[in-house]
Design a protein. Structure first.
Length: 260
């Protein structure tokens, strides 16, 4: 059997080298339950704002992506802490989380809002006064809603007012059925799903629970400062592309109501 020409061997090694350079390692990305329009789970593939932005940034940083679907957001944080997954997208910063993870620079913003059936008596109340009035809330299991919510939800007299449910559609239908008084969720996601499910009457309460930047969380067990730096550079260099991804999922889909 004759040997292949030297030039073809050279081309083969060149192609292998290019693949190695383009993808120096595969990042395992932990995902919770679907969260439209940030994360859709299809039969064959995943899509959504955070999925596309994660793929883009890791590719530009020289990494391949392997998405790992987990039962909940809180399970994703547990697996990140153990080093079983390398990265979790759509993360809000907290000092407790920073003990076991690196945070990238922000790649988008998030506004956590109160969704409700409007009641004029409660229109001007904030989160603390609503809890004092024994209003009930459904939230994501593992979600972060800012220092005010963390402080209030840890108080014994308020714990029973909070129901934690991993799937946003289930949370929304609990609100629709009036099993709870409020759903706390991302403004974009909540309005998107209300529109998709054609649920009338649910709107935004004026109080903003938390308005904050959103980051990637990277496991301190499996990743290094160098890899964090590469991801940060990719975020900085691809702001226009990130904006385009976000707009492709939001501007073409009219929501109910306006931001306040």
């Amino acid at each position: 059997m004759s040997m292949p020409p030297i030039k073809y061997i050279f081309i083969l090694f060149a192609l292998i080298a290019q693949v190695s350079i383009a993808c120096e390692r595969t990042m395992k990305i932990g995902l919770g339950q679907p969260w439209p329009p940030f994360y859709f789970e299809g039969e064959q593939t995943l899509s959504g704002i955070d999925i596309e932005v994660t793929r883009l940034i890791l590719n530009k940083a020289g990494f391949c992506s392997e998405f790992v679907v987990l039962p909940s957001s809180i399970r994703g944080l547990v697996e990140l802490k153990k080093g079983h997954v390398d990265l979790v997208p759509a993360a809000s910063f907290s000092h407790q989380r920073a003990q076991y993870s690196y945070f990238s620079i922000p790649y988008r913003r998030e506004r956590m809002r109160l969704f409700w059936y409007e009641d004029a008596k409660l229109f001007n109340h904030n989160l603390q006064s609503l809890m004092s009035l024994r209003q009930t809330f459904v939230v994501n299991n593992g979600g972060y809603y800012g220092n005010e919510f963390e402080s209030l939800s840890s108080q014994e007299q308020f714990k029973e007012l909070i129901v934690r449910v991993p799937m946003i559609k289930q949370r929304l239908y609990m609100l629709k059925a009036k099993r709870v008084d409020f759903m706390i969720d991302d403004e974009t996601s909540g309005l998107y799903l209300i529109k998709q499910e054609k649920i009338a009457g649910v709107t935004l309460h004026p109080h903003v629970v938390h308005d904050n930047p959103i980051h990637f969380m990277l496991s301190r067990k499996s990743l290094s400062h160098l890899e964090l730096k590469k991801i940060n550079i990719a975020i900085s260099n691809n702001q226009a592309a990130i904006k385009q991804i976000i707009e492709s999922y939001t501007q073409s889909r009219p929501f109910l109501g306006n931001s306040t």
